[in-house]
Design a protein around this ligand. Sequence first.
Ligand code: GDP
Length: 291
Amino acid sequence: MAERTPWSLSGALRGMFAKRTIDQETWDDLETALITGDFGIDVTDEIVADLRAKVARYNTTDPKDLQRMLRETLEERFSKLDSTLKLTERPAIVLVVGVNGVGKTTTIGKFAKFLANYNRSVVVGAADTFRAAAVEQVATWAERAGAHIVRPQQEGQDPASVAFQTVEYAKRNNIEIAIIDTAGRLQTKGGLMDELTKIRRVIEKQAPVSEVLLVLDATTGQNGLLQAEAFIEHAGVTGLVLTKLDGSAKAGFVLAVQERTGIPIKLIGQGEGINDLTGFTPHVFVQNLIG
Ligand code: GDP
């Protein structure tokens, strides 16, 4: 796991926690580690001040106590929002949105496999009908995951009608979860948001939408967030999926994404393979972060 969590601070913190006592150097090292991890000056200051107060309150000089307190403080911040997926409706309908290139198609395949591993039946609706290649790509991933697939019947079919047929297919075949792919072309933002609104309206005539997952490339930092703003404003996003956490992503950004958008992270992608997607569990994330 260690080599696949480049955002981990455990290397930077190891020396600090191995020392005999907490001293000024400890605080300096902690500050440097958090700033290097992209937590930003303000959050770093808050965390350090909080820990200094705790260390004083418990009257300890043991770096092991500081390690535990750091874990608690971070876990508290990372778990402010509820990161559990809400998939209790039958069928549970999950719309997946995001800008092209962030890893949306791969995420849908991995998510279908993730659910299949829990013995949940899945149908994937290829409602990004604008690009024929997108339909084929998502179909390949769905097949690999052992999921059903609903494709457009003709090129350029209205995405909302593919979404409609996907939900119908799920109902008819008693499939538990319908994952619907959507377009991610950014050039025609207005058109895309109208398209997403229509998909939603059409689906909601049949059944409620359980989750709208926005896929974000964690290595793009602030830029990725700016690009995603339109989705957050218009698409009723209920959860975030952070992809490419095996890349150059920083843990501080992961926290910032949640705190800035007010939307919980629900899934994280850490590789290109079909099994490289997990739920976001703050406890596990912080464990990997601190070591
Ligand atoms: P889409 O245009 O948003 O549908 O993006 P794709 O799913 O086609 O992914 C774009 C690229 O990102 C592909 O090369 C994927 O293999 C890669 N990718 C997706 N998720 C991850 C991830 O979690 N880690 C890494 N390293 N690469 C990823």
